[in-house]
Design a protein around this ligand. Structure first.
Ligand SMILES: [Zn+2]
Length: 209
């Protein structure tokens, strides 16, 4: 997956705000992990894809695209480390999805902003050779913040719009396309006009009163 549209132009007004779409099921999975880790914070990863016709829009489609790996956390923090990323990368390579492994997410006890530690961790992804990466932070009030960071060929970090979106699952799209192709016949419309109520015999049309 390559970024083939520049995210920033020389004129700052032309900056394109990248968007992160989460399906209801992908967002539900993150919330479920955060709720299940009720004695600490938790961190994880997600596979992300780019919309074909809009390279500044990224989406996580399925609950299975969100996952966690073995990790050590504290009551108040769960930061992504080089260790957990290596484990996530192993899993992604086995699934043939290492190119989609572009989101790290973690929970905070209170605010959902990126801490100085988070910002240092984001730089580490660039140092490890990533071209771009998305970071996502949430809290127990389901507040979210997402950052889009490009490391090369130029460095840019931008706050993302996060949108929870109800994707139609692929199997339903396929079934609907097949059924429409097989069962829906398009007729050429005949040129007939509705005769109008007043021309129907025996029907009295009254106005007012
Ligand atoms: Zn954090």
């Amino acid at each position: 997956m390559q970024l083939d549209t520049p995210l920033a132009a020389s004129n700052a007004a032309d900056l394109v705000v990248p968007r992160l779409l989460l399906s209801t099921r992908a967002w539900g999975m993150i919330r479920a992990y955060v709720a299940a880790a009720d004695k600490s914070e938790v961190s994880g990863f997600a596979y992300v894809q780019q919309l074909d016709n809009d390279p500044s829009t990224f989406y996580v489609g399925a609950s299975d695209d969100v996952f966690v790996v073995p990790q050590e956390v504290t009551i108040g923090s769960a930061e992504v480390s080089g260790n957990t990323f290596a484990l996530a990368l192993d899993k992604a390579m086995l699934a043939g999805r290492d190119d989609d492994l572009r989101i790290q997410w973690h929970s905070h006890p209170n605010d959902s902003y990126f801490s100085p530690t988070d910002l240092r961790n984001i730089e580490a992804f660039g140092a490890a050779g990533m071209e771009w990466f998305i970071s996502f932070v949430t809290n127990r009030r389901n507040e979210v913040h997402a950052r889009f960071d490009v490391f090369r060929p130029f460095r840019i970090g931008a706050e993302m719009d996060v949108i929870v979106y109800d994707f139609v699952p692929d199997d339903m799209v396929t079934r609907a396309q097949e059924d429409v192709a097989n069962m829906v016949t398009i007729l050429t419309p005949k040129k007939t006009a509705w005769p109008g109520a007043q021309q129907r015999p025996g029907l009295v049309v009254t106005h007012g009163k």
